[in-house]
Design a protein. Structure first.
Length: 275
């Protein structure tokens, strides 16, 4: 695939995602001030020194926005990778094994999906210790149910094809069939789903932080920044709008890339050789 074949919308999306990851990786060097450093008055308006102004404690919003990118992307990326790995492995195992294993996995997945995700997360996080590991695992387990549903659907379509049957007749094991026969032929829809799950994780983390059960203060993350500064909107202070805009822009950028990936997905066989 040549660069000129990529639409401008996909380039915009990839550029936005790249900028966010650059901020996340080099936050200590790019941020003008420390993550928790108080530098002025509460809710000071933007000026030449403070581009986005100061927050409810007098901290530089730009600096916290940059540090917040690191926290937001770290947690969202980790949760997405774990949820995707768990969902794909379990769904492919169910599709290849069929029978009792498929029934048990699928019915348990249906049970998990029947519980409202946000309510379930709030209950679990309110009971368990509030730290990054617990937060990532809860997000990953809840999100893996959506990945399982798609993974099983595409794996079942590929599992009945002739080259899979030929592999079974050769005596290949389940791991070979999953990773060498089914996975390469389902990469396109799975990559698109990965992008959607990543965008969802960003929004879900921001929601949890806004409700007080996500990233805990004084660490900066975009959802928590909206929560900290929401009262300023009453007085015409735009401090809460800056992280809110960052969440929206990043989600849009991810969706632009996902839309491009979906358009490239003409069939389940596209993942093997039609790049």
């Amino acid at each position: 695939m040549r660069a000129r074949d990529i639409p401008i919308t996909a380039w915009i999306g990839m550029t936005g995602i790249a900028i966010a990851f650059i901020f996340a990786l080099f936050a200590p060097w790019l941020a003008p001030y420390g993550e928790t450093q108080v530098v002025g008055d509460v809710w000071q308006l933007p000026d030449d020194q403070y581009i986005f102004g100061l927050d409810n404690l007098g901290r530089d919003i730009l600096s916290r926005l940059i540090y917040g990118a690191r926290t937001t992307l770290l947690v969202s990326s980790a949760a997405t990778i774990i949820s995707f790995s768990l969902g794909v492995i379990l769904s492919f195992t169910a599709a290849v094994s069929r029978g009792l294993i498929d029934t048990v996995f699928s019915r348990f997945n249906d049970l998990m999906m029947s519980i409202p995700t946000l309510i379930f997360a709030l209950v679990v996080l309110a009971v368990l210790p509030q730290n990054l590991v617990v937060l990532i695992l809860v997000m990953a387990i809840l999100d893996s149910t959506r990945v399982y549903r798609l993974g099983r659907a595409v794996a079942l379509d590929v599992a009945v094809m002739e080259f899979v049957e030929a592999a079974k007749l050769r005596g290949e094991g389940k791991l070979w069939i999953i990773f060498r026969e089914i996975l390469p032929n389902t990469l396109s829809p799975l990559l698109a789903e990965f992008g959607l799950r990543f965008a969802f994780s960003i929004l879900f983390l921001s929601t949890l932080s806004f409700l007080g059960l996500g990233i805990q203060p004084p660490a900066a993350d975009w959802g928590g920044m909206v929560k900290d500064n929401k009262d300023g909107i009453i007085f015409g202070i735009s401090a809460a709008l800056v992280p809110g805009t960052a969440i929206a822009v990043l989600a849009i950028c991810v969706n632009l890339v996902v839309d491009w990936l979906l358009k490239r997905t003409s069939s389940l066989k596209g993942g093997r050789g039609d790049a």
